[in-house]
Design a binder for this molecule. Sequence first.
Ligand code: SDX
Length: 430
Amino acid sequence: MSLPNSTLTVNDRQIEFPVKEGTIGPSVVDISKLYAQTGQFTYDPGFTSTAACESKITYIDGDKGVLLYRGYPIEQLAEHGDFLETCYLLLFGELPTAAQKADFDYRVTRHTMVHDQMNRFFQGFRRDAHPMAIMVACVGALSAFYHDSTDINDEKQRMIASMRMIAKMPTLAAMAYKYSIGQPFVYPKNDLDYTSNFLRMCFAVPCEEYEANPVLARALDRIFILHADHEQNASTSTVRLAGSSGANPFACIAAGIACLWGPAHGGANEAALKMLEEIGRPERVGEYVAKAKDKNDPFRLMGFGHRVYKNYDPRARIMQKTTHEVLAELGIKDDPLLDVAMELEQIALKDEYFIEKKLYPNIDFYSGITLKAMGFPTSMFTVLFALARTVGWISQWAEMIEDPSQKIGRPRQLYTGAPQREYVAVSQRG
Ligand code: SDX
């Protein structure tokens, strides 16, 4: 249904702009002709009021705390499905039939090995290199190995590259972890499910048999579902912008990994756990809440707040439940970090500052406690986020490539620098 145009008055001239309505959520004012008609740009640093694209993949209602992947609520997908089913849904738009799921699992499983020369890349890194640095490098380098799937205009090549990315991220992530602890790489096994395979590549050693704990494998698989996609967040927008120039998909995903690394984004899970460790005891929570509220103190509660969610992040609720499940399975009765997190949540949710600014726990608040309990070092937390988000990045990238109206992204600016001036010879400079 078309909505009435929006009118803007510029230099006493009234100009009309079409309004587009989505399936659900806010409509948009199409201002693509604004500059041509007025000589003015819009100004929206951080894109707080800007829809950069049209998409059918993920919908978020920040006020209601709703997250849908292709229309399906995250709570139902996390409860009833597995991560590869979510991957199929995000990539193709529909839940797979049993036959489609079996075929998809089979194809992903048989792309899990990386070219054996990738092993040599790792020898170039220090053992204490941050695994996100390794992931940025190695994922970008995949384009050096797979020349048969870098032509973005070929639908078949796009699909092969997508399957390769989803399949190889766990292998590369496990290699980054093994390298950091000086243990030999473990090859994937085709008779294991996606997440059990990943756990085995991380925690198996040649000296003995390893079998993933099915409760932990299910919990981690659910954590991957929660992290799979999230509309036009910073790293997804990075992937879209990189892809808009025609860059190959491996390079675009490497750009997304680089952006996700930041502590304001995917790096928050690592930062949140470090914050909980620094607080140390529930009795010290009040001191840190006061720091977070102090305008003169740059400290922020990591794992709290969100650009879109002004209500509880639905993923955080599922994450909290998963945390309790994992700790119970591991027989961890009183985890001091969980005690600090629960106390922090209790205090913050009752505090005027957090209520007024609508700051709630986000997905990164509880994930660190769970992953640490599973045996992952803090430095691997954002790597796991990147592993799961790869399917979201690649689905959004493919949607952009297939969009007939797609063109290279090229924002403009408000220039406040020096006006034109003449060059001064160095001998004349004061
Ligand atoms: C992710 O976009 C996505 O979808 C991301 C993500 C995904 O799945 O892709 O959901 C994953 O990145 C989750 C967010 C993880 N980041 C953190 O937990 C880091 C801590 N949170 C903040 O840095 C912050 O809340 C952001 C970055 C998440 C959102 O920042 P905004 O939307 O730009 O909001 P803002 O910085 O303008 O803050 C609004 C106000 C400010 O106070 P005023 O200047 O208005 O007085 O709230 C305050 C901020 O100071 N505030 C906080 C706070 N977060 C915001 N105060 C204390 N602690 C915090 N965590």
